[in-house]
Write a protein that binds this ligand. Structure first.
Ligand SMILES: O=P(O)(O)OC[C@H]1O[C@H](OP(=O)(O)OP(=O)(O)O)[C@H](O)[C@@H]1O
Ligand SMILES: Nc1nc2[nH]cnc2c(=O)[nH]1
Length: 182
């Protein structure tokens, strides 16, 4: 951890727990069942958007019964800050996506720039179908056109959140729940 980061303990002291681990695990089990139904036996590419989706992806993969092929991308536009800027690609998919069904797995759909860009990239690479899977979606009117979650776990208020993979200045990703700053 860099010494200049704001204190995670101070953030937690002033934050609200929105969803605890048990609630999230239960939601994710339901998402896995719904995804199995949509895949109907087809072996999809399970494409995780690093870093934020890491924890969600692990839980979700165990909740899906259909065999899937793992790959990941790393695209970031927040880079440890609490507001986004342009998208930086740090890692592109390695699997050939031509004619594949892709489960595009991310932690949060906020303004939608990240998932829209990654979804469009998958389609450019020849994916036949991209199913957008997000643990949570933030409620506001800033969502960009042309993106939505095909599978969403929970709805969030329009507040900065962290935990369960999501960072507070690159801290708190391993907190077992979703917290919101006041
Ligand atoms: O809908 P948007 O407004 O585009 O925001 C959502 C994206 O922001 C976060 O990534 P971030 O850029 O913080 O990188 P990280 O996954 O490494 O935390 C999160 O993991 C999503 O990918
Ligand atoms: N950690 C975190 N990352 C985000 N990316 C987009 N919105 C958010 C948010 O509220 N929290």
């Amino acid at each position: 951890m860099t010494t200049s980061n704001p204190s995670l303990a101070a953030a937690l002291a002033g934050a609200d727990l929105l969803f605890d681990r048990a609630a999230l695990e239960s939601v994710i089990v339901d998402m896995g069942r719904d995804i199995d139904a949509a895949l109907d036996g087809e072996r999809a590419v399970f494409l995780t958007v690093m870093n934020g989706a890491l924890i969600f992806a692990g839980h979700l993969a165990l909740a899906i019964r259909t065999d899937v092929e793992f790959d990941y991308v790393h695209a970031t536009r927040y880079r440890g800050a609490t507001s986004g800027s342009e998208l930086h690609w740090l890692r592109e998919p390695a699997v050939d996506l031509t004619d594949r069904v892709v489960l595009l797995v991310d932690d949060i759909l906020d303004e939608g720039h990240t998932l829209k860009a990654v979804r469009d990239d998958c389609l450019r690479r020849g994916a036949r179908r991209v199913l957008v899977v997000s643990l949570c979606t933030k409620q506001h009117d800033r969502l960009v056109d042309g993106i939505k979650a095909d599978f969403n776990g929970v709805e969030l208020p329009d507040r900065y959140v962290f935990g369960f993979g999501m960072d507070y200045h690159e801290q708190g990703r391993n907190l077992p729940g979703i917290y919101a700053l006041k």
